[in-house]
Every structure is written in structure tokens, then in C-alpha cells.
Design a protein around this ligand. Sequence first.
Ligand SMILES: Cc1cc2nc3c(=O)[nH]c(=O)nc-3n(C[C@H](O)[C@H](O)[C@H](O)COP(=O)(O)OP(=O)(O)OC[C@H]3O[C@@H](n4cnc5c(N)ncnc54)[C@H](O)[C@@H]3O)c2cc1C
Ligand code: SF4
Length: 324
Amino acid sequence: MRSFRHLTPTTVEEAIHVLAAAPGKSKLLAGGTTLVDLMKLDVEQPDLVVDITRIPQLREIRTDGNALVFGALVHMSDVADHPVIKRDYPVLSESLWRGASQQLRNMATLGGNLLQRTRCAYFRDTQFPCNKRMPGSGCSAIGGVNRGHALLGTSAECIATYPGDWAVALIAMDASIETISPRGKRTIRVAELHRLGRELTLQDLRKQRHLMIRDTGSQRRSGSWLGAEQSWTVSHKATSIHAAGMGLGFAWFPDDMVRGELQRGELKPLPLREGGERWADLYLVFADRDYAGPGALRLAEIIRESVSHQCSKLGHEPLHAESK
Ligand SMILES: Cc1cc2nc3c(=O)[nH]c(=O)nc-3n(C[C@H](O)[C@H](O)[C@H](O)COP(=O)(O)OP(=O)(O)OC[C@H]3O[C@@H](n4cnc5c(N)ncnc54)[C@H](O)[C@@H]3O)c2cc1C
Ligand code: SF4
């Protein structure tokens, strides 16, 4: 059994505060009909579970005025059985009462329904490789038992389907959701919540926050080298990794520094059309080789050896050793 912390904030602001301050992996708990199952199966391994069920602000249903508004904690059954929704918006009511079972609908929430994880059997069984659970491990469904999997909108990495019904009805009605995080409020069309429907481009990234490490060179550059509209510069890579894990921005990290975070699902590689790898030229310059001490010479040797080794492994041009 894995231990985890369990907190019960009573306002949205408090929930955001505990999420922002928590180290490690955090998960929100609503009805628990997906999350608790996945924790029992060891698929989800949060260090902190933030139980949001005591936040009354999130239980609102508004059917008056020009917009229909549902709080994230409203139960599926509350909307399925709501007289105004049944009469005027049957697609919303039906998409909920046809899903799951009455017991589940009484427990499960609208927010949890939108954000439920895939029901791909390989995702839920930690004995099988699954790129969604452990990026880079492979997809067992491709070539496995996959009759219930997707034909369209797949990738070479994953062929899982999105299992919810409510999102489909919301997309048909061109609905939007309002999210709140340490970065503030955002409105996202439901159609764009799960997938853009195309690959991500560098142009898309420029609209997001770029996490940068402070430049220690004598000619310091500031701002995002990618030209992102916003950037945050921090002094340590660990801070940047932590910030990315909290969803505060994107960054390029050396593979070996984030392997653990990728395996635990705390960080995700972005499916960039231009490719996710970035190469940089590395120069090692002696001001005067004759004055270099044994430490500096040994460091130069280590760098040359490891770079040459990596280059030959990747089939790149061998390193040109400069003896000056
Ligand atoms: C046997 C079975 C059959 C099912 N059949 C159907 C079906 O036919 N159709 C269908 O649509 N669904 C079906 N489901 C899925 C079910 O609808 C979801 O489990 C449920 O809607 C999830 O809601 P929840 O409140 O229990 O979420 P939880 O389990 O509490 O959370 C689910 C995920 O969403 C996150 N989350 C929850 N609330 C928020 C929030 N406010 N903000 C940010 N993140 C949040 C959690 O961290 C977690 O990752 C079925 C489930 C089961 C067990
Ligand atoms: S289809 Fe997706 S979720 Fe299922 S095994 Fe493959 S990668 Fe994992």
C-alpha cells in the first residue's frame, strides 16, 4: 500500500494554494469513481490527494439567463434528471443518463467526467507497456486486443479512445469550460480540451509560458529564445522541472534529468510537429592551454570522451579535437 497525504480545502482559492505549494504529484479527488480505482490498480500514484468535495462554490447549476452554467462538482444524475435540462437540452440529459449506472451517476461529477482517464485495458494493467501511463514504454494495444480502440485520430504512440459521453454532447453544443489555476482563469472550448485535433507547433508554444534557466554567460540573454509571449527565468533546473510539473509552463529538459518525472507521468513529452529534440553547439575553450591546471585538462578530456561517445552512438560526425 502506498501512503499519500489527503487534504480537504473548502474554497477554490485554498485548493489552488495547496496544489501550488505541494511537492511531488498531486491529484484532485471529486466523486472518485475513476481516481480511486486507478489508485487501487497502482496506475495513479499521487503523493497528495486534494479532496474538493467540500467546496460548495463548485456545486452550482444555473439555467437562467443566456448561458447554462454547471459547477465542476455537480453530479451526473443532477443534470440528467434536471427538469429544465430534460425539457430544453435533451442531448445533455441523455448523454449523462445513458452513461455508467445509477449508482455511479449519483457519485460521479461533471468535472471528473470530462477529465476521466481512458479505459484501455492495457493502461489499467501495470504489467503491460503503455505510452500513456509510462511515456516511451510502447503501446500494447497496437497489435494487441484492440477491437474497442480508435480508428481515427490515433497516433503511432496510442490508439485509445476517450471514454466519456458528456464531452461529446458539450462539443456538439460548442460549450466552453472555465479553468482556474495559479496562472489565473482560462476559458477553453471543450472541443480543444482533450486534443487540438492536430500536432502541436512551435507557433502554439509561443502563446504559452516558457520556463528558462538563468544564463550564466558573460553576455546574458534575457527572455525566451523561442520568442514565447511570456517567460519565467529561474536559477535552477530543479525549480524549472517542478514548475513544469505543476503546469506552469513548458521547457526543454535533458532526457536523463526528467526520466523519473516522465515515468511517473508528472511530465509529458509534447507531440511537436517540429520534433521535441533540440541540439546545441558545445564549445570548450582554453584561454591558454599551457596555463590550464590538471583539473581543467581532465574535465576537457571527460567532456571530449563523453561527447564523442554520444556522437558515435547517434551516428553523428565524430568530435573534432582541437588541441590549442
Ligand atoms: C463501471 C463504470 C462504467 C462507466 N461508464 C461510463 C459511461 O458509459 N459513460 C461515461 O461518460 N462515463 C462512464 N464511466 C466513467 C465515469 O463517468 C467517471 O468515472 C466519472 O464521471 C468520473 O467522475 P468523478 O467525479 O468520480 O471523478 P474522479 O474519479 O474523482 O476524478 C477523475 C479524474 O478527474 C480529475 N478531476 C476530477 N474533478 C476535477 C476538477 N474539478 N478539476 C480538475 N481535475 C478534476 C481527477 O483528478 C481524476 O484524474 C464509467 C465508470 C465506471 C467505473
Ligand atoms: S492505446 Fe494508449 S492507453 Fe492503450 S496501451 Fe496503447 S498507449 Fe496505452
